[in-house]
Design a protein. Structure first.
Length: 439
């Protein structure tokens, strides 16, 4: 209630009337104002202390003691109070916090009990504390705790709580997903994403063996306001591939992507083929699938460590620019064609037992495959001779070297064999011998 302040009555004026002495009033806290309440208006008697004319027996004097941040106290001063000739002590003990919430439709909740919107007076008895929340869907809840206890900070007489930070309730699947902002974890599967006014917040959802997903929410002018709730589903899988040796080449779908280690992404509903290879080691191929009811290799824990096996054939082969290449052999002008063909056959049959095709007239010769089996691989070698020119006499000789990797390789499975630039040591001088002896 607003009080109409009048000119205060000085105690000396009352005493000069010659009647009974006035009744003194002492208020606590000392900042409290003491008013005489009457129909004609309220009269300020003093701050902290004041005096009121002794009332007659039938008409008590009504006083009001008020102070900012306290609940006011009303009291009637009677003739009996005056007869005691002792000051009346009025102590304000109940604290009051006038709370205003913004926006106007925000809920004010005291001790988990909704009380009002826009404004509310929080009352605190002596020794009491209360927790107050201002809530609105889509905004970060503001919390205050006010206490009316000795030794604690006095609550403010009034406070305006303005909700400015937006709050997106985010749900992330599958189970076990972590949610973070700026590298700080804010929840698992469920989190409140806070967006301060005038800014944007980027949230990152992660889970082992899944590709992380980022999403940005903004509270800025001209930008779509953030939703109350949102959902992120981690769909694509990730396999952290590590290969020993660390110089191994990693290829995904035939394309080189890294050396030694690489995070392989497997999209939802797809499969990916990964190959790891290194010189002097046997290559390894893995297929990772991200399909319902599909057998997934090393995807569940998100890691795949591959130790390449040593290639047993490596020390028995040599890199050669003569492998799988047509080399022209010029026959010496003094050498007869019959002699050249005979020498050519002698050289080749010294290394190859089977001649699949031999035709002197057309100058075509092809050997059968010589097979060499190793632990984990098979190398097959053959020679193909073609007449390049009759005058002058020339031949092309091709040393075919192919390799297949696997525990059980059928030499007839041509699709398993691939040409390579290494040949077995026993064939390394074959082309040179042909070129030398046919001069």
């Amino acid at each position: 209630m607003r009080l109409r302040q009048l000119i205060p009555l000085a105690p000396l004026v009352l005493a000069s009337c010659g009647g009974p002495p006035p009744v003194n009033i002492q208020a606590e806290p000392s900042s409290a104002k003491i008013y005489r309440v009457a129909q004609a208006g309220d009269t300020l008697l003093g701050t902290g202390t004041g005096s009121v004319k002794a009332p007659d027996e039938n008409v008590p004097a009504n006083i009001l003691v008020s102070a900012e941040g306290y609940e006011s106290v009303r009291r009637s001063v009677t003739k009996a109070d005056a007869d005691k000739k002792a000051p009346i002590r009025v102590r304000l003990t109940r604290r009051v916090v006038h709370l205003t919430a913004m926006p106007n439709d925000a809920d004010i909740v005291v001790e988990d009990v909704p009380t009002a919107r826009k404004s509310f007076d929080v009352r605190l008895d002596s020794g009491e504390s209360k927790t107050v929340e201002v809530r609105k869907p889509g905004f970060k809840t503001a919390t205050r705790t006010y206490a009316n206890r000795p030794g604690t900070e006095a609550p403010p007489p009034s406070e305006t709580i303005n909700l400015t930070e937006r709050d997106v309730l985010l749900n992330v699947s599958p189970s076990g997903a972590q949610v973070s902002v700026a590298g700080k974890n804010i929840g698992e599967n469920t989190a409140h994403v806070i967006i301060p006014k005038g800014t944007c917040t980027t949230v990152r959802a992660t889970r082992r063996s899944y590709v992380a997903v980022e999403k940005t929410y903004c509270q800025q002018d001209g930008v779509q306001e953030p939703p109350l709730r949102d959902v992120i589903e981690l769909r694509d899988r990730e396999v952290a591939v590590t290969v020993e040796p660390n110089t191994a080449v990693i290829k995904v779908s035939g394309k080189q992507v890294g050396l030694g280690e690489y995070p392989v992404t497997v999209r939802r509903g797809a499969c990916v083929e990964m190959t790891a290879s290194a010189a002097s080691f046997l290559p390894t191929t893995r297929t990772y699938c991200n399909e319902d009811n599909a057998k997934i290799t090393a995807v569940e824990n998100g890691e795949d460590f591959i130790k390449l096996r040593a290639d047993e054939s490596w020390p028995l082969t040599v890199e050669s620019d003569q492998a799988n290449v047509n080399f022209q052999v010029d026959v010496g002008s003094s050498r007869k064609p019959e002699d050249a063909w005979r020498i050519l056959n002698q050289i080749i049959t010294s290394q190859f037992d089977v001649l699949e095709i031999t035709d002197k007239e057309t100058g075509y010769l092809r050997t059968g495959w010589n097979i060499r089996t190793f632990d984990g691989s098979v190398i097959r070698t053959r020679v193909i001779v073609k007449l390049a020119s009759g005058s002058p006499l020339k031949y092309t000789v091709k040393l075919v070297s192919e390799k297949a990797v696997g525990e059980k390789v059928d030499i007839k499975d041509d699709q398993l064999f691939k040409a390579e630039n290494r040949i077995l040591m026993q064939y390394k001088d074959l082309i040179n011998e042909v070129q030398t002896r046919l001069r």
